[in-house]
Design a protein around this ligand. Structure first.
Ligand code: AMP
Length: 401
């Protein structure tokens, strides 16, 4: 039965991911991606009933054009349109206002606009898509839900979210740790609770979301109590092209002594650093894994990545008095990279965390499972599913409306 479907929209700065989900059956009915909006290689690709289809536009497009195409040419033609009862929007930054997903009202729109200063590439685009949906599907105007990447981390205590800056920068300008990937960390925590058969409200775990962007979260009694991303997703772990933690004085050295312009420094830190910067070759962990033993630059970069990750896991473990029920690996790297999981866990013996080589090799490519030896703290690999989490939150809220 198709009825009661949720349309999930995830807008990036020049891309749009979408899916139509049956939240009760936890099933993706249709899903796809539109990319390369700003050049002539733009296209939309989607999968429905196991058939993959693609339309090239060969011109510059934008989120409005894609949403119209998607609804009028894909959803209507595949007869899904009438079964959509609500729309879930992934919103990158909710500032301090949103601790949960909410129905989108004029007031919510105003708050998302306010938080745009912290996510200038995402929030404004996501607002455009909310407004366009109201035009295309006016009957669903009051059935749009905002699901914030920051919401799960709003339980972080003051001691974790305050930076040691003059306090006015927090009080007046709201500069603090907000975190990101909240929807993913929340999803894998809920799945872990079911797998371990431990109620969410007493579950302690460390969730490692390792993808192009990476973040790690300490979860105590089912709630985020610390996370590695900060005011923006630049802080924390070494990432694909982002630097993660660095001494802030490096920026002034680059600016004052190396005469690098401020915009260029930002580009270096966000697009040219991380694994790409260290290897000077790639940020793709498939290549990195294949060439680990062949190329010393790759080996060195992996060592830096693993060292940082292990340091975070160890400190979060201590934060929770080493009473953790599981370490969770998710995201493209966490779900698939046998090498990164093995090298990271090898650093954690003192915390009673040990990997099982055979299981580590087996659990990848979308599989869920344990990769620890018998007497170790459980290590779980759980493929993330942010779209399902957004669909389930949206469904719950709409049903209680
Ligand atoms: P995400 O941002 O979650 O899509 O993750 C993207 C990252 O996952 C990229 O660095 C990919 O190279 C990495 N990745 C995807 N599949 C694999 C794989 N089979 N082995 C190692 N890394 C992978």
């Amino acid at each position: 039965m198709l009825n009661k479907l949720i349309f999930v929209i995830n807008c990036g700065s020049s891309s749009l991911k979408f899916s139509v989900i049956n939240p009760l059956k936890k099933k993706k009915i249709l899903f796809g991606l539109a990319e390369n909006f700003n050049n002539n290689n733009s296209y939309i690709k989607w999968t429905f009933n196991q058939n993959i289809k693609k339309k090239k536009f060969n011109t510059k497009i934008n989120h409005k054009i894609i949403l119209n195409y998607l609804i009028n040419n894909i959803l209507k033609k595949n007869l899904l349109y009438n079964n959509i009862i609500a729309i879930g929007h992934r919103i990158v930054h909710g500032g301090e206002k949103f601790i949960n997903s909410v129905i989108i009202t004029d007031k919510v729109i105003k708050e998302i606009k306010k938080a745009s200063i912290f996510a200038p590439l995402h929030n404004p685009i996501q607002l455009i898509s909310i407004k366009e949906i109201i035009k295309i599907l006016p009957n669903l105007k009051k059935k749009q839900v905002a699901v914030f990447d920051t919401a799960f981390h709003q339980t972080i205590p003051e001691k974790s979210y305050l930076y040691a800056l003059p306090i006015k920068f927090y009080e007046k300008y709201k500069i603090r740790r907000y975190g990101a990937h909240g929807t993913s960390h929340k999803y894998v925590t809920q799945v872990a609770s079911k797998i371990l058969n431990i109620p969410l409200n007493i579950l302690n775990c460390i969730s490692c979301h390792l993808g192009n962007g990476s973040s790690i979260t300490a979860i105590h009694n089912g709630k985020s109590v610390d996370t590695s991303m900060g005011l923006t997703p630049l802080e924390g772990l070494v990432m694909g092209t982002r630097c993660g933690n660095i001494d802030p004085a490096i920026i002034f050295y680059m600016y004052n002594e190396l005469n690098i312009k401020i915009d260029k420094i930002y580009k270096i830190l966000t697009e040219e650093s991380g694994m790409l910067g260290l290897t000077n070759i790639t940020s793709d962990f498939r290549y990195i894994e294949d060439n680990y033993f062949k190329n010393f630059k790759i080996k060195r970069a992996v060592n830096v990545f693993v060292h940082n990750l292990a340091k975070y896991i160890a400190s979060y473990s201590i934060l929770m008095k080493n009473k953790i029920n599981a370490i969770i690996f998710t995201g493209g790297i966490g779900e698939n990279s046998v090498l990164i999981r093995e090298k990271t866990v090898k650093q954690l013996k003192i915390l009673n965390i040990f990997i099982d080589q055979k299981l580590n090799h087996e659990i990848k490519f979308g599989k869920t499972g344990f990769i620890n030896i018998k007497n170790s703290i459980p290590i779980l690999v759980i493929p993330t599913n942010e779209e399902l989490m957004i669909a389930q939150d949206t469904f719950k809220i709409i049903m209680n409306q």
